[in-house]
Design a binder for this molecule. Structure first.
Ligand code: ZN
Length: 319
């Protein structure tokens, strides 16, 4: 079986207004909007997916936008930063773009030898864009505006902010096969995944930090990637053996998932690479219509009446 988890599969975040969310991630950051669906467990709320052009695991950022949601409060027991990789010469482009759009950003700064800038999304979630030479040779998505040479490629990693980091480091990250690769000041950097699916987890411990309060702009969970259903069952067994309580396998249509809460307070998911986002839409049409899993299809009319209208731009391809 797999000895280690193959990096991040997706990250899911709470948001407020769906249109503001779309405008920021698809238009300003230029990620591809690959799926418009609903929260399968609460189908009166959208589930919006942004990724690279096909929804490769490791690039997929998703949101539950509750239009009236209160903003959460950053604090201990959660993921406080989501970091993206852009090519190593792209920070200048992004700084000029944000300056022209009147969007505040911080930096460039440097962590573990990587330059990055940071900014807040419309709901106050902190994101970083990291100059990452490891993606220089990969192809980027072109959204009709942001040059593909500078577009966001994938997750660089995340930051876990914890009161007591030892159980998370030893048990949670240890079980997944993460490797401690570097320490700088109060940050310890772990690596998961190989080659293009490598992602980093930075651990910051602060025993006196106030507890996080969930709400718009806070991370709901992080999903780690596994190849297929068989490997997922192996992971489920291993997680049980380490004293966690994973759920049964849940069908998320585009992947299959198990969930467990790790001791630092962060909700972990392990999701399969298969079947992927083209199970119900072609490459050209990804994200263009509201997709529902078969079991919610009979309620489509009602669901469409409840959801706020969402204006999205159609796929543009430049050859
Ligand atoms: Zn998930």
């Amino acid at each position: 079986m797999e000895n280690a988890i193959n990096g991040i599969h997706h990250i899911t975040v709470m948001a407020s207004d769906p249109q503001n969310n779309y405008d920021f991630y698809a238009q300003i950051l230029g990620m591809r909007f690959i799926k418009k669906t609903v929260n399968f467990d609460a189908p009166d709320v959208y589930h919006l997916y942004y990724a690279d052009e096909v929804g490769t695991p490791g690039t997929v950022l998703t949101f539950f936008p509750f239009p009236d949601a209160r903003r959460g409060k950053r604090g201990a027991g959660e993921i406080t930063v989501v970091s993206f990789s852009a090519p190593s010469n792209s920070l200048q482009y992004w700084m000029e773009r944000f300056a022209n759009l009147g969007i505040d950003f911080d930096g460039p700064k440097s962590k573990f030898g990587y330059e990055f800038i940071s900014l807040l999304d419309p709901d106050g979630m902190k994101i970083e864009i990291v100059a990452d030479p490891n993606v220089d040779s990969t192809m980027g998505w072109f959204n009709g505006e942001i040059p593909a040479e500078h577009s966001i490629r994938k997750f660089f990693g995340t930051t876990f902010y914890l009161r007591d980091s030892k159980p998370t480091e030893d048990l949670s990250l240890g079980t997944l096969g993460a490797k401690l690769i570097s320490t700088s000041g109060n940050i310890r950097r772990y690596s998961l995944g190989e080659n293009e699916s490598q992602s980093f987890v930075d651990i910051i411990e602060d025993a006196k930090a106030p507890r996080a309060v969930g709400g718009a702009g806070t991370v709901h969970h992080i999903a780690w990637r596994t190849a297929n259903d068989e490997e997922q069952l192996n992971w489920r067994k291993r997680i049980l053996d380490h004293g966690f309580y994973p759920t049964e396998v849940v069908d998320r249509n585009y992947f299959h998932s198990i969930y467990f809460r790790e001791p630092g307070g962060i909700l972990f998911e392990i999701a399969t690479d298969q079947p992927g986002f083209m199970i119900d839409e072609s490459f050209e049409n990804l994200g263009t219509t509201l997709k529902l899993p078969a079991w919610h299809e009979p309620k489509r009319k009602l669901i469409e009446q409840i959801l706020l209208p969402l204006k999205t731009k159609n796929y543009v391809r430049q050859n």
